[in-house]
Design a protein around this ligand. Structure first.
Ligand code: ZN
Length: 272
């Protein structure tokens, strides 16, 4: 990444933290979003394993499976104590099993992995040299009892710009492959690139899943959360521990507002 990108990122993060000081983030369940761990690149979505380990150590004991969090969120009031956290991963790259899972196991942290199934099924490389995980490695990962598998569509297509029949195919093929190859259902869904779907996509997602995740970088409030518009807080390399802690507390929403404005331009002509 060019130095200018680094400076801009710092300005955004400092600004987002300052905005939180003016208006404290609302409490609730924070769903953390990771992509890659320790693949050795300099991508913002790829965290060094030491940093990931330190982050997991700092939240161990507070993380619950997504299903537990959804139950808590549907209740009228929040349970006593610190709000729960959820750890999620998107896409299905090999580092999830090779690098992230040993850390999760060490700290006994459950996680949901949202799979874009075509890349796993055909062993196709994901963008930015993303080596896909294999079904057999995933099958082993599931035996730890810590991993839940969700759908992230079949081909990672943006759900606001495809035809209705393509929407159904993206969802059904992905559900079918997870059931076939891993012998388990995929009850939860995450929109590719956290781009919300069309009305038709929203309808088809609600018909097939119990939850759907977007971005948002804020906490989900108890008794006031649509489980099909779950907010997630993407964790980036440059968050370090400092901004990670703010995200764990439901902060840094301004970063998401800027990210989604930027992405509207960046993905204007994209399809996946
Ligand atoms: Zn993705």
């Amino acid at each position: 990444m060019a130095p200018a990108g680094g400076v801009l990122r710092r300005v955004v993060k400092t600004g987002a933290a300052a905005a939180d000081r003016l208006r404290a983030p609302a409490p609730g369940v924070v769903v953390l979003l990771y992509h890659r761990v320790g693949t050795g690149g300099s991508l913002e979505i790829d965290l060094p394993v030491d940093l990931f380990d330190e982050q997991m150590a700092s939240i161990a004991g507070r993380v619950v499976p997504l299903g537990t969090a959804l139950e808590q969120l549907s209740g009228p009031s929040r349970p006593s104590g610190e709000p729960a956290l959820v750890v999620t991963f998107d896409d299905g790259t090999a580092d999830f099993v090779d690098t992230a899972l040993p850390v999760l196991e060490r700290h006994r942290i459950p996680a949901t992995l949202y799979l874009a199934t075509r890349f796993v099924e055909e062993q196709r490389e994901l963008p930015d040299d993303g080596r896909p995980v294999s079904w057999s490695a995933l099958s082993d990962a599931c035996t730890t009892g810590l991993v839940d598998i969700g759908s992230h569509t079949h081909e990672h297509r943006l759900m606001d710009r495809i035809r209705d029949d393509e929407i159904c195919h993206e969802l059904d093929r992905s559900i079918e492959l997870i059931q076939d190859r891993l012998g388990r259902p995929a009850p939860d869904f995450a929109y590719p690139k956290a781009v919300a779907g069309s009305h038709a996509a929203d309808r088809e997602v609600r018909a097939r899943f119990r939850s759907a995740a977007l971005a948002g970088t804020r906490a989900n409030r108890h008794g006031a959360t649509d489980p099909f518009r779950l907010a997630r807080s993407p964790v980036q390399r440059s968050d370090g521990m400092r901004y990670f802690r703010r995200k764990v507390d439901g902060g840094m929403a301004l970063e998401d507002a800027l990210r989604s404005a930027l992405n509207r331009r960046r993905y204007a002509n994209a399809t996946s």
